[in-house]
Write a protein that binds this ligand. Sequence first.
Ligand code: KG4
Ligand code: ZN
Length: 339
Amino acid sequence: MIVLGIESTCDETSCSIVRDGRDILSNVVTSQIDLHAEYGGVVPELSCRRHVDVIIPVLDQCLSEANISLQEIDLIAVAYGPGLIGALLIGITAAKSLSLALNIPFVGVNHIEAHLYAALMSHQETIKFPCLGVVLSGGHTSLVRMDDIGTYTPIGETIDDAIGEAFDKVAKQLGLPYPGGPQIEALAKEGNPHAFPFKPGKVKGKPFDFSFSGLKTAVLYTLQGQNAKNASLMPLTPQTMRDISASFQHAALTDVIDKVVLAANECSTDTIIFGGGVTNNKALRLMFQEKAPHLKTLWPAFGLSLDNAAMIAGLGYHTFLKKGHGDPMDLNAATRIQF
Ligand code: KG4
Ligand code: ZN
């Protein structure tokens, strides 16, 4: 089955052709980083306009790279949420229009589930369920028990900032451009992770939930001198930036790893499936391997960890097979969806 995937939930416009949920024939991603960099975060109105401008060229390029004509597509899969309302509507409208014009079905796919599917793209037949799914992205931080592709039980989530959002906000405090995750990771490599005693939040009575906003504020107070004896601004030398980045990253990643290990135990599984942009972080992968060598890990290929349409097309294939039919034309964008 040839599936066209469409992704436009936030600041990437992407189209992809995937055969039978696993073979990626093309995966074209255009990022809007240039557009949002100066604002330190995604500006929704600018994001929508850019999606409108690029969606048709991205579709054309994805077809030509896969050497597939529109007539050869069997199914369209589109991320229908969660995300920015205007951005979502552009992908959904493209999917519905193509579905009508080509007389083929379309299915809506949950973008967060698709992040987990990215790690499964080439393993879906060999994986043994249950597994623990771990989504670490700019919009979500979730732990879920996975009993099958499409069958999830939430275990924990963030009660405030998502982990990627915390990386982005700390980077902004340090005067670094959006997105901050890769910048923090690069600086952290040469910093001392124990220079500042940052601690991530604990959520009372909920051992699997996350809270990153206090950690972000601790960095801010450190920068403002409020954690030091003299309440003056801390001089931001290159080494201080490295040490703050390393200490923040170490605190955030240690928290994630500790909770993942605890949750794996709770789910009686030794297999962890990771997804989302923060899994690009090599320190995370190394630290996890060091702290939990007894657990099996599936990580998305580096090209599939950030937002992309291949994971949408891949999961869409399974969604369609399970449902046995496409979605109706009144499928709406959903800015918030849980597992
Ligand atoms: O999954 P994604 O592309 O978008 C959402 O669905 O949110 O994730 C984007 C997030 C951003 O917050 C970005 O800063 C973070 O992933 N990110 C990283 C790294 N690369 C991207 N965070 C930490 N380390 C990285 N190397
Ligand atoms: Zn995403």
